[in-house]
Design a protein around this ligand. Sequence first.
Ligand code: PLP
Length: 348
Amino acid sequence: RDDLRGREPYGAPQLDVPVRLNTNENPYPPSPRLVEALGRAVAEVAGGLNRYPDRDAVELRKDLADYLGHGVTAQQVWAANGSNEIIQQILQAFGGPGRTALGFEPSYSMHPIITRVSGTEWIDAYRDEDFGLEAERAVAAIEEHRPDIVFLTSPNNPTGTSLPLEAIEAVLAVAPGMVVVDEAYAEFRRQGTPSALSLLPGNPRLIVTRTMSKAFAMAGTRVGYLAADPAVIDALLLVRLPYHLSAVTQTVARTAIAYQGELLGAVETLRAERDALVGWLRGEGFEVADSDANFVLFGRFADRRAVWQGVLDRGVLIREVGPPEWLRVSVGTPEEMAAFRAALKAAL
Ligand code: PLP
């Protein structure tokens, strides 16, 4: 395909270093109790692996709906291999040649990548100076370009900033097509910051995407999901592969949801660690984006590559992403954060 020639594949470095703070994973592995439960659950399905899995993931979707609350039903939930596959299915169903998708930079790089791979045209719009997104600016971009799909990300990656519900409502009021709110980091928001899930009633063109890769500490399992009008899910059924979610994946995800109390307890710890990190970075004189997620964007650096490399040389992997003068660091354990602080100071 000529349109893919010269493009770079997704390339977050996968380096074997002591402290990895570059892909916004949850630093806490499953507890021994959960590991045991996962083993039992996998053993239970193992005897039936000669058969295809439930291609509609009925039980998993019920569990996810219960977890989401907001009156969301299993018929409004769909699951796939990570929210990356969810985004791919959305593009396959609602995008394609002759159609357009628009997002507000800086934001999650996979939105434009998956958009282009689907043959859909990508349109860059831009966030405000402070990485927020004023409703007026969003509405103006949508009215100018009339995209078939709008991507909003809240909290946004790589900036960590959340959108107020009013901005999302304003977008829904003018968007001519689908509005996707990517809430991969929803659980890390400060208490009280509302989810777009509350806007689902009466908004059949709204899709809210979530993932088990972050708060649920299941990045290795690959489960993402969405909540939307059941008609959206009917459309996704037309593009998904026949058995996209394995039986092992489904049972692991359901077991993790059953342990949500324990897993989400760690989210509290990470939120506190994030706030401490923001405070420390500000105290050191850096500019810091207002993070509502499990990572922090900070700057500004005349040569961010040199700082990134200096931190890496001390065993800590962070991320060169977002605007050219900024770096992103994921929130880790207290020990990992201490290693990051020491590495950054030494690198400077
Ligand atoms: N959306 C956002 C905003 C992300 O930052 C990420 C991962 O970093 C994803 C979606 C994809 O997550 P996954 O495919 O693991 O569910």
